[in-house]
Design a protein around this ligand. Structure first.
Ligand code: PLP
Length: 420
């Protein structure tokens, strides 16, 4: 029972430094969040010791009576909060969830339609070297050059031409809501299954602030660690008719023993997601992203934001006409203590490792407690950092970032515990 600082001082030091980094900087990676202590408690628990291949009540190992309770709670809460017939809470990640769905409902060689990676889709939606692109025939759809939005008429045209077996709606970098009913109508017209990957916006759906894909889709996948604010992992929701195939594609089709400590943490996160405080946090998340986008666009230099704003938890800065590229912009924000990721924008003239965009998200800062006026200040800081004034303003911008971080302390009890 020796503490990690004695057993492995090098890793203990990594933990200390990472806690310090999260506390001192402003986290604006759109796919990240801060889990509450209750989630850390479940995830760092003795449940990590347990093998539980199978499903609650039908395991291939003895001693599963307690993990069964945790997994059933996670299943019941996922079904309740999203109004789904069936939930599988075992996928280790979002990518695993998506791959399991393909494994359950498709045969290699089948055609899938998904939003192209270069236009905001996820790599599991058909990127060439991802398993999705290697096993299946991919018919990508894109956003429009003029509007940066998906045109459902174009999606319908591609579907009519390519007759996909499955259409995927969902994104990693798209600042607007999708029209799930229109996707359903197209899928029905061409006889395709509809899968919605709500990894990014699941928290907004849970809070009732974004239309739910569940009534429209055959299958809905999600991660738990983005807006939903839980442990790094995935969930699959589906109609009853697909339940058996989905379960057997996850286990034994794709995974072995489920991570019951993570599943318990998912249950905790889903309980929290049903609370009024969670809804209030998601409201601040969206309002915050809108405030940041507005400050960027209203800056004297007029920084371009894709689609002219956002309906969700992120804004996409468009640097295609700027001398500054995505890498330089990311580095500048890093220098003053704001963490974001550079991101290709549609029709990006720069290479994928450089890009002409930044994806700026507000879930983690909303969890930290930031209010509307704080997000406006964050928007002003980012706007100045992306202009030629940056070099002269660096010290002042860093101070303003630190002032916000100090105003909204994070995991204070963990620093106190580490100092003992
Ligand atoms: N689906 C979408 C839309 C995502 O944005 C992501 C992650 O970025 C994933 C799936 C994959 O999740 P994970 O990183 O947990 O595999």
């Amino acid at each position: 029972n020796r503490p990690i600082s004695e057993v492995d001082p090098e890793i203990a030091e990594v933990l200390r430094l990472e806690l310090d980094r999260q506390q001192r900087t402003l986290e604006m990676i759109a796919s990240e969040n801060f889990v509450p202590q209750a989630v850390l408690d479940a995830q760092g628990s003795v449940l990590t010791n347990k093998y539980a291949e199978g499903y609650p009540g039908k395991r291939y190992y003895g001693g599963c009576e307690h993990v069964d309770v945790a997994e059933q709670l996670a299943i019941d809460r996922a079904k309740a909060i999203f109004g789904a017939d069936h939930a599988n809470v075992q996928p280790h990640s979002g990518a695993q969830a998506n791959t399991a769905v393909f494994h359950a409902l498709l045969t290699p060689g089948d055609t899938i339609m998904g939003l192209s990676l270069a236009h905001g889709g996820h790599l599991t939606h058909g990127m060439k070297i991802n398993v999705s692109g290697r096993l299946y025939d991919i018919a990508p759809y894109e956003v429009e050059r003029e509007t940066s939005r998906i045109d459902m008429e174009k999606v319908a045209q591609i579907a009519r031409e390519r007759r996909p077996k499955m259409i995927i709606a969902g994104w990693s970098a798209y600042p607007r809501q999708l029209d799930f009913a229109a996707f359903r109508a197209i899928a029905d017209e061409v006889g395709a299954l509809l899968m919605v990957d709500m990894a990014h916006f699941a928290g907004l759906v849970a809070a009732g602030l974004h239309p739910s894909p569940v009534p429209h889709a055959d299958v809905v996948t999600t991660t738990v660690h983005k807006t939903l604010g839980g442990p790094r992992s995935g969930i699959i929701l589906c109609r009853e008719e697909h339940a058996k195939k989905i379960n057997s594609a996850v286990f034994p089709g794709q995974q072995g023993g489920p991570l019951e400590h993570v599943i318990a943490a998912k249950a905790v996160a889903l309980k929290i997601a049903a609370s009024p405080l969670f809804k209030e946090r998601q409201e601040r998340t969206i309002a915050g992203a809108q405030a940041v986008a507005a400050e960027l666009m209203n800056a004297p230099e007029g920084i371009s934001v894709l689609t002219g704003g956002t309906d969700v938890h992120l804004a996409l800065v468009d640097l295609r006409d700027s001398e500054l590229d995505g890498q330089q912009a990311e580095d500048r924000l890093h220098e003053i203590g704001i963490t974001v990721n550079r991101n290709a924008v549609p029709f990006d003239p720069r290479p994928p490792m450089v890009t002409s965009g930044l994806r700026v998200g507000t879930p983690a800062l909303a969890t930290r407690g930031l209010q509307a006026e704080d997000f406006t200040e964050v928007g002003r800081i980012i706007a100045t950092a992306l202009t030629p004034a940056f070099d002269g303003a660096k010290a002042e911008l860093t101070e303003r970032v630190t002032a916000i971080a100090d105003r909204y302390p994070l995991y204070e009890h963990l620093s106190a515990a580490a100092a003992v």
